[in-house]
Each structure stands twice: as C-alpha cells, then as structure tokens.
Design a binder for this molecule. Sequence first.
Ligand code: TRP
Length: 341
Amino acid sequence: MTQSIEVNERTQHRPVVLSGIQPSGRLTLGNYLGAIKNWLPLSEHYDCHYMLADLHTITVRQDPVVLREHCYEFLALYIACGLDPAQNVLFVQSHVAAHAQLAWVLNCYTQMGELARMTQFKDKSAKHADNINVGLYDYPALMAADILLYQASEVPVGGDQKQHLELTRDIAERFNNLYGKVFTVPEPMIPPVGARIMGLQEPTAKMSKSDNAETNSIYLLDPVDKVVRKLRRAVTDSEAVVRAGDDKPGVTNLMSILSACTGESFAAIEARFAGQGYGPFKQAVADAVVAILEPMQARYKDIREDTAGLRRVLREGAEAARTKADATLARVHEVLGLLPQ
Ligand code: TRP
C-alpha cells in the first residue's frame, strides 16, 4: 500500500483523471459496477486521482464519529475493489488546503444565478429545508476547484453530476478568457448505459448509497445471505420471461447486474433462461454477485484492519495531490495579481 515516487514520474505526461465521492451513506453494488470497476483500467493511460470529498459531505449535518469511520471504510473498499494505491492517487479532500483556497477564488467567478439553477441544490434544499446553508449553495464551486486544481481532462461521474461538470467547464472557460490558459477544460466520462444500476424495489431510480429502504440497494459490505435474499425479493413483473425492455425495468436491471458481473451479453442471458421463469435467473444473478462480493469482503477485512496502512496511503496520496494542486493555485494567484509568498 505505498505510492512510489517512480509512479509520479511515470505518470507525469499522461492526461489527468479526477473523480470524487462523498464518504457518506454506504457504498453499493451500483457504485462498484457503475463507477469503481470502470476506473480500474484507467490508470494504464491516465494519471488517476480519486478523492474522498469530505468537505462536500459537511454541507449536510454529519456525525463526526461516523464521518471518520466512513472515510476509512470507503478508502479500504476502494482498495478492496482493486484500486491500487501504487497506480492511483487516493486522497482526502480536506488534506489538500488548495481545494478550499481555489474554491474561494472561483466564488468570485461564479454567478448567484448559475448556482441557484443546479438541480442538486434545489433537491437538497427541499430535503434539508431547516439547513439551507451557504455551503450547500456553493457546493459546485468547490467541486470545480477539485477538478481544475489537477488540470483534469476527464472526470468520471454519474449522470446526476453532469450539470456540475458543465458549470465547471463554464467557470474554467470564463477564467481562461480573462487570464489566458490557466485551466484545462474537463470533459465528462459518463459510464455506459448498461452500467447504470437501479434500485431493486424501485428499478426506475438509481441504486443509492443513502437510501432509506434497506432492500432497495445491495451494499458492498452486506452479508452475502442478505444479498441473496434481497435479490430473490427484487421487483420483476408477471410476464415470467427474461428479456430486456423499457416495459420491464426490474428484469432489465437484474440483467444489467448479471451482465456487468459476468460480461455475458443481454442476448446470451435471454437465450440461457428462455422458458425458465424468474427463479433460476434470480439465482444466477445472486451467484454472480456473491462471487464478486465474497472475495472483496475478505480483502476489505484485512485492509480495514490495517488503519496505520490506510493512513499511510492517505498521507502519500495527499503529498502527491498537493504537488499538483499547489502549482495550479500558485499560477492562479499570479495571474490575479496576488503577491507571491
Ligand atoms: N459531487 C460529487 C457527488 O456527489 C462528488 C464530487 C466532489 C466530485 N468533487 C468532485 C465528483 C469532483 C467528480 C469530481 O457525486
């Protein structure tokens, strides 16, 4: 679990990838199949950065004890999923002061109206009506700082973050038009449609890591017998035919899960379960999911127990991140006319 210096040299001239996740709720099978799994091969061609966005989580109230544990848990799960700290920079947002510093600067290049239009802000202010704080409103400026500090050219995100990424691009272009080419203008890297995993009980909405209904999501740390039960009870329909279609969101979602786990195509799955109803199909989905989760959970246990090792990963990740971030921040200060230190 060490990040070697050679990695930094090897990755120096590669295009940069950055993504972030809020360490709140619990990581789901959807996070793995739809996001993390797709990140694993990226380190071959990109200089990859994955960040725990802890500063973003405090825009809604967090229990400090739970937040601390979640940071270790998410990091250990990332590594258990196969994200190698020697090939990827893994770090915590609050460890790199430049995030908050650049966010302040970007505030002065972001319009009130732009932030007020963000659907996530509207949703979250409706959900937390007693705490519509300035941070919740300003969330996208911090996210823009996260991305622009690293000169990221690609940002893997789910569809729900596309609007924030478009705002990041607008801010970067606005700043560059005033001061020259300071920031790389990032592109979204949206996962393929099939990789989008929906809820088991409500298959028309994304499987969420902060769902209130326990049976709607499969969590990466769920005991496997619970996983099997949840899949057995997943919503389907009364047609009893395994086929994909807009009229069959439950079955289509289970097919997506199976396909993402095994690499089998939809056509192959339909052929394999022709005339069999849903029982054997659901069993096959459960077997495929358990085959992934069981070894992952075993790796997780060992990794999570080594808190000192996790802290070392974060220390080295923060050092690597700071080198890049501080260079961008210094350039920003320079073009703005702020005195060098
Ligand atoms: N806002 C993102 C989410 O909730 C998390 C995030 C924070 C992020 N900073 C980022 C994602 C930078 C991509 C890039 O999912």
